[in-house]
Design a protein around this ligand. Sequence first.
Ligand SMILES: [Mg+2]
Length: 224
Amino acid sequence: MRTRIVLWDIDGTLLLNSATAGAFYHDAIREVAGVGPHPDEPHAVEHGKTDGQILAERLERWGGDPALFDAVSRRMDELSDAYLTDAARRRAAPGVDATVTALAAAGWTNGLLTGNSPHRARVKLEGAGIAVAAFDWDRSWFGGRYLRRSDLTAAARSDLGDTTAVILGDTPADGEAADAVGFPFLAVATGAYSEEDLRGTSARVVLPDLVRGLPALLAALSAF
Ligand SMILES: [Mg+2]
């Protein structure tokens, strides 16, 4: 049987967003580059951005040395081990394990397409109690060092050749990145964007969440 793969986004899709998740970016940049936010800086909207993009933009905004990007990224990975401990654990979105199981039963491979590094993805999912072995880590794409989400998606498209693949994510940025390389986009409203917001994207289906949305998700996938 030919391979079909669902590429899962992580933040807002497999995991509920967390108000404190941004602290690791600050801490890594402050420790390695010695700079931090300006006192009156407005909160930046960063949903849908890759870690690489968030780090590069903050380094630039705060006057940090861009040459320290790799060192800051490595420090982010180290700090992210805190996701395995109670204080920083993330919460799985409702219905994740059942949905991953149902997709596999329907003949789909579960892969990841995320703005996180592989290490950060693993500790965030493990800390939230998600069965990481249910994902095909060799057919997953990670944006920890990519500055644009569309470059990450393009890499996945190139590696997958003509394999059938869809993106399941929670932000219009996921949809735009999918559109740019011709992946169908499926949306779930468990992140920062509402169902109505997501209906304004190219999404083939918009799920309220993975529990109520599972039948619609399976129906949408059966079209591919
Ligand atoms: Mg997301």
